[in-house]
Design a protein around this ligand. Structure first.
Ligand code: NAD
Ligand code: HBS
Length: 288
């Protein structure tokens, strides 16, 4: 090979190397710049709708639930929408919440949004509320929200990035409903923790807000309806749901998409100047 040919070969190899290097940097940047969201209790109901919307928005999403079977089914359904992975855990256990955040970071490289969606209902006349109902409801709805917020905030601080925490509150966090005393009290506590976490974490560029749905026909409301009928035998199945949703000003019950539209906004840069808010998304039921 003559000197000219050797030079040309060297130049070609050098250019190929530079192009490969830039490509790796570009692809690496693309992967790292893709925002990452965790949604707890997202095997079904409102959480699944939220996960679906965030995937469509371009987030990598870690879905999560206590039910392995339901979670596996949902992951399969969502996988064509984008980067989705799943993690089984119980929100009421601090170690599970820390493991959830660690799994999301290991899988997708970072964390940007954490949605404390998982929650349970409790339907009992006040005089019959017992210790086990109080413990179960508060452990999942309140302890769960606190542990999720702490785990996410610790990660945002470690990353040195801003972060967004979005909690599931309810109309029952603004009003208190008969036979929903324990549940209403738990959602009032979620509202209080949303306020205080927003105040304490603002200096770290972490925002904390909540969505407060009204009446959505998920499995939760199927169970509430059945329990309300049990508590008042004069009611027929479907009547409690019809009564609650019949009072909605916009004339229809809520869908997971209605809730996901608000969470989409709270997870986006458009909500950067909003923190400590518990926003009603109820079609016109509670006004404050
Ligand atoms: N459905 C409504 O009308 C309504 C109204 C206001 C607020 N909310 C709130 O929205 C959230 C979602 O409600 P939904 O109607 O989709 O409920 P849902 O019962 O249909 O779904 C909740 C999901 O959370 C999971 N979950 C329950 N306990 C868990 C735990 N300990 N750890 C992890 N996952 C757990 C369940 O397996 C389920 O997949 C709840 O916080 C609820 O209080 C619902
Ligand atoms: C389930 C819920 O939070 C309201 C009462 O519909």
């Amino acid at each position: 090979m003559c000197f000219k040919e050797q030079k040309a070969l060297q130049w070609t190899r050098g250019s190929a190397f530079v192009i490969m290097f830039l490509l790796v940097l570009y692809l690496g940047g693309m992967i790292m710049s893709k925002k990452v969201a965790v949604v707890t209790g997202s095997a079904g109901g409102l959480g699944k709708g939220i996960a679906e919307r965030l995937l469509k928005d371009g987030f990598s999403v870690m879905i999560h639930d206590i039910s392995q079977d339901a979670l596996t089914k949902t992951e399969t359904e969502l996988k064509d929408l984008g980067d989705v992975a799943s993690f089984v855990g119980d929100v009421s256990k601090k170690a599970d919440q820390e493991a959830l955040v660690a799994a999301a970071v290991e899988k997708f490289g970072q964390l940007n949004v954490f949605v404390n969606n998982a929650g349970v209902e409790a339907v009992t006349p006040f005089l019959k509320i017992d210790e086990s109902e109080l413990e179960r409801t508060f452990k999942i709805n309140v302890f769960g929200t606190v542990y999720g917020t702490q785990a996410a905030a610790e990660q945002f601080i470690k990353q040195g990035t801003p972060g967004k925490i979005i909690n599931a509150c309810s109309i029952a966090g603004h009003e208190a409903y008969e036979v929903l005393g324990t549940y209403s009290a738990s959602k009032h506590a979620v509202k209080a923790f949303t306020h205080v976490a927003a105040k304490e974490l603002a200096s770290k560029h972490i925002t904390v807000n909540a969505y407060c749905p009204g009446v959505a026909k998920t499995k939760m409301w199927d169970r509430i309806d059945a329990e309300m009928v049990k508590a008042d035998p004069s009611l027929k199945p479907g009547e409690p749901f019809a009564k609650f949703s019949g009072e909605i000003a916009l004339g229809r019950y809520e869908t997971p998409t209605d809730v996901a539209n608000l969470v989409h906004f709270l997870a986006s840069e458009d909500s950067d100047y909003i923190t400590g808010q518990t926003i009603l998304v109820d079609g016109g039921l509670v006004y404050n």
